[in-house]
Design a protein around this ligand. Sequence first.
Ligand code: FE2
Length: 412
Amino acid sequence: MATQARAEPDSLAAHYAAVRALSLALAASLSDADASLQPMPDASPAKWHLAHTTWFFETFVLRDHVPGYRLYDESFAYLFNSYYEGEGERQPRARRGMISRPSLDEIRGWRAAVDEALLGAIGALPADLIVLGLNHEQQHQELMLMDLTAAFFENPLRPAVWPRAPSWPSVVPAPSGWMRGAEGVVEIGHEGGGFGFDCEGPRHRTFLHPHALAERTVTSAEWLGFIADGAYADPLLWLSDGWAWVQDEAIEAPLYWVKEGDGWARFGLDGLQPLDPAEPVSHISYYEAEAFARWAGARLPTEAEWESAAASLDPDGGNQLDRAGPVRPLAGETGLFGNVWEWTGSAYLPYPGFRPAEGAVGEYNGKFMCGQMVLRGGCCATPRGHARASYRNFYYPHQRWMVSGLRLARDL
Ligand SMILES: [Fe+2]
């Protein structure tokens, strides 16, 4: 993902083509109706994701850097601007599902025109902005999969987006061991020299107290123990906001867990499947992760502890997204990258010395640094090549439609 390595037009064009191809592949099997579904305000239609990433390139790269460039359709900015106040009025987020026109095919036509204009001028365009656009598009590829899962779950037929994954024997693992972490002054944050979002820097010193991280993430079998112990009915295990959320929303299991007879099934892009107890638990909120850690006599890692442990590992390893097809957390994956995003106990706040990026894209990250918690590591729906040790994902504590799990930590 190094900007410098991709600054040559040919390699940048190849990178662009590869990311674009994955977007089109993810949407290839969707009907116009599938691609227009918006199951909740937090989730956007698949078609909107495709259009919005196209809008990002057309606006911030072509309009701003190609003299005389004419917009494909001037009405699209209102429809497909997400949250950029500097770019003017926009369709309310919760009403994106009302955009039944333009059609999915028309969006594909727009993207083809933007591709042609961008690739035709790529040698004269700012490579750093194109690389930002590609990383932005990869974020939306993951969001598209999360949002499709939420949309298809609303259908009582529980249809699969893609054919079911082949089943494989999985063995419920023994209790997790512990990895002792670094202690004392360490440096975290993006080192520079390759792509990183502005919120990943500046690199800075921080202090780690003696601690250990679990060798793997928490499994569904362990979560079943949490449920069986009555944890969802015990207010003493929950943060005050978390307990209010459990009661208001009548929460009794992770999102997409469905009671079947005496047991549970779980829904995913491969439809409704028997719950695999060996699989890592996913689709849990921060509140649930925090309560589980307390129930287990442990705590969540801080993001500095997590990053310190991950810094020497290969961020492209593990179970991540390579192509359209079954996407699910895999049993037995123990690495820090891929499989499930891991909730940390750290609030999403600016690092010392943080300044948002210059220009319109300065609205990208900094303005969301209030009330959200950091997750680390990427997941099975994260495009491979997108994750890195310094990557800071963030969600509100009640949200859980992303592939979110947890790894325990403890003080030593
Ligand atoms: Fe976006």
